[in-house]
Design a protein around this ligand. Structure first.
Ligand SMILES: [Zn+2]
Length: 717
């Protein structure tokens, strides 16, 4: 068999399915449809109904995460809303693609890729794609025994049917993705066929029934889907695919509801798929409302409070249901106040709790029927399950923080997204999936494993508060995630992330996400025990800095500024993160070596080799301080020197720093330590400058004193 082998290179790439919402569904390699699109652009023509087989492998140097701003335009209020979403971007990506097609088509593809008719881009990349090789290669089918394994040199998509014929060892079973493939039709709205494929990491050893090219690269050709998938099973189950954080949060909500109803939830989860038996699905609206009303004590208290405040204006539906759903499902059948089934509960209050709850329940079920009855006539397949007929478009009522209303707000980000009734109702469970605390919502997402996602979020909602603050809970999950590190592929580990939604208006929200990178995991594991005990008060602020990727040098600057310039901050107020750090600096009685922790931590994050510079710079500072203290005239100059050095650090002005350093050493008639000549370059500047400054201001204490004294080192604020 002959294939066309193509090697591509691109400096950056973000990969998502067509129609997919950036930042909520991304892949470690481009999906099939992306490569197919690239091939047709190279050929300079549109797809004309032909099919071919394709195999995709690739490797990248690093993943970084960056914010992308999305715009929501509100025509009614003439407002341009901005929505920050964090997306993982692959850096320096190489792709190895094999194509099998009829001779005629293969010729056309070959010529197209050798001399593309257009500049070629991969989705999300800012730079054109470089075609590095286009070559005909012979491929052979081989049956390899366990002794003759082949090692994957690239990460690879392996179609599900293919995967069944091979065995693998090394990095686990792989991660299952549902990937867009060819169009099903060429008219609008376009619908895709989908291929289930496992993502296996490079280094995995495989054997079994394989296809190898003449250079021994395995080839995993995806078959064009010929029939509608999952038809037979579709009768018994309603299936949902938790392929992004939004759907995952809804699935987690459903699992909480089912658990509350006494179900053994493990039965309903397979990897990232939630499958609910039809008869159970029919009962789900009722189980949901039972879940929302489950805590009878707090329900009673809420109603009593509301009655006390509003008297006959009380509406138990609003007190118990609307309040929980409005942030995520504004204006929906469940929350829109104009519906009769909500209005009629106004003034309903009775000592008989069950009677009231029964009425609330009735209204909730009516809202559900209203939701089912609101349909549009669409010919598309649902974007979320890839399976059922779409009956509506996603809009602000389905998930307010992310989507816009189709009538009043046109969205520049995505085309209307078709959704089936089942998936639409499911999204209402996102309210139960997220953990709500102090006006914010938090969710942890593990991309390949719905049950694990459920467990982690359970920790979030039930785990002990370490510091009575949200980040304390995040902390307990970080520790849990670190334990997962051994079992998960690095793609998964790098993509476990937290989604935080902060409502800033009725229909507007900020969505943040942060994740634990392998470097952060390493830094936490190795160093966290050295966190200065006298700075426990700002541990949350420290965590905020590291989760959100802000530099700890910035943190250290605030801390040292507070300490060194105590007087200028004596009227400082406010509860911002920055002012808390400065306050903590003011409260420090003396500075000790333990502050080097922040430098060490940052440098592990930076993957910078430290070569002992931190300690050397610290001791150089300590030594200089001693020399300054030896006589009265220089002693007075220590403080101004500190100010100037701090200023140089703030400005990141290396020249000014060195200039002051030279003057300082002249003052005490000493030669400037060799360290500064050797290592004070741009890369090491912050590391060395801060360590030196800490040394210059630190108190000389014996190790023992430090070990015992740290706890007493801070005044309470
Ligand atoms: Zn669906």
């Amino acid at each position: 068999m002959e294939c066309l082998r193509v090697k591509l290179y691109t400096p950056t790439g973000i990969f998502k399915n067509p129609l997919s919402i950036k930042g909520i569904e991304v892949y470690p390699l481009p999906p099939y449809s992306t490569i197919i699109g690239l091939i047709y652009r190279a050929m300079g023509r549109k797809w004309n109904g032909e099919y071919f087989q394709i195999s995709i492998q690739g490797d990248y140097q690093a993943i970084y995460r960056d914010y992308v701003w999305f715009k929501k335009h509100n025509f009614k209020d003439k407002e341009l809303g901005r929505l920050p979403l964090q997306v993982p971007i692959l850096y320096n990506l190489w792709l190895l693609v094999h194509i099998k097609a009829s001779e005629e088509l293969l010729n056309e593809i070959e010529n197209g890729l050798k001399e593309p008719k257009e500049l070629l881009f991969l989705s999300g990349g800012e730079y054109p794609v470089k075609v590095e090789e286009v070559k005909r290669v012979k491929c052979f089918e081989k049956n390899l025994s366990e002794e003759e394994t082949v090692t994957l040199n690239y990460n690879a998509y392996i179609p599900k049917e293919f995967k069944e014929k091979i065995s693998s060892s090394g990095t686990g079973e792989g991660v299952l993705f549902s990937l867009s493939y060819f169009y099903k039709n060429s008219q609008k709205p376009k619908t895709y066929s989908w291929v289930d494929a496992y993502y296996l990491q490079k280094g995995t050893e495989i054997y079994g029934s394989l296809i190898l090219d003449e250079d021994n690269n395995p080839v995993f050709l995806a078959e064009p889907a010929t029939e509608e998938p999952k038809k037979s099973e579709g009768k018994e189950y309603v299936r949902f695919y938790a392929g992004n954080w939004l759907m995952a949060s809804a699935c987690v909500g459903v699992l909480k509801v089912l658990e509350n109803a006494g179900e053994d939830i493990k039965k309903y989860v397979e990897e990232r798929t939630l499958k609910i038996p039809k008869d159970l699905w029919e009962k789900l609206p009722e189980l949901y409302v039972d879940y929302l009303l489950k805590d009878k004590e707090s329900v009673r208290k809420l109603l009593e409070d509301s009655y006390r405040q509003r008297g006959n204006d009380i509406n138990p539906y609003n007190t118990l249901i609307y309040s929980g759903l409005r942030d995520f499902h504004n204006n929906s059948p469940f929350t829109n106040q104009s519906h009769e089934y909500i209005k009629r509960l106004k003034g309903v209050y009775s000592e008989n709790l069950e009677e009231v709850l029964e009425k609330v329940k009735e209204s909730f079920l009516e809202a559900y029927r209203k939701l089912l009855a609101t349909t549009k006539d669409l010919s598309s397949i649902c974007f979320f399950c890839h399976e059922r007929q779409a009956k509506n478009y996603v809009d602000a009522t389905t998930f307010t923080p992310l989507f816009a209303s189709l009538e009043t707000v046109r969205n520049f980000i995505w085309d209307p997204i078709p959704i089936c009734k089942e998936c639409e109702f499911l999204l209402y469970f996102a309210s139960a999936g997220f953990y709500r605390s102090a006006g914010k919502y938090l969710f942890v997402y593990v991309p390949d494993d719905l049950l694990e996602t459920y467990r982690l979020n359970l920790i979030l909602s039930t785990g002990k508060e370490i510091e009575q603050e949200k980040l304390g809970k995040v902390w307990s999950i970080v520790k849990y995630v670190l334990d997962l590190e051994k079992q998960k592929s690095s793609w998964i580990l790098q993509n476990i992330y937290f989604v935080e939604i902060e409502m800033v208006g009725d229909a507007t929200a900020n969505i943040y996400s942060f994740h634990i990178s392998p470097n952060l995991a390493k830094a936490i594991r190795e160093l966290i025990d050295n966190y200065p005990k006298n700075l426990q008060d700002i541990f949350s602020e420290f965590l905020f800095y590291i989760y959100t990727g802000r530099s700890l040098y910035e943190f250290l600057f605030l801390l040292l500024s507070g300490f060194i310039r105590k007087d200028s901050y004596k009227n400082l107020q406010g509860g911002t993160i920055e002012s808390k750090i400065v306050q903590a600096g003011r409260n420090m009685k003396y500075i000790s070596q333990n502050l080097l922790f922040f430098i060490n931590f940052q440098e592990v994050l930076n993957m910078n080799e430290q070569k002992g510079y931190i300690d050397r710079a610290f001791w150089a500072g300590r030594e200089l301080k001693k020399l300054y203290k030896e006589n009265e005239s220089t002693q007075k100059k220590l403080e101004p020197l500190t100010y100037r050095l701090l200023e140089a650090i703030r400005r990141k002005d290396k020249e000014y720093f060195i200039h002051n350093l030279i003057r300082a050493y002249l003052e005490v008639e000493k030669e400037i330590p060799y360290l500064f000549k050797e290592a004070l370059d741009d890369k090491n500047f912050s590391m060395i400058a801060y360590a030196f400054l800490i040394g210059l201001n630190s108190e000389e204490k014996s190790k023992e004193e430090q070990a015992n004294g740290d706890g007493e080192n801070s005044e309470s604020a």
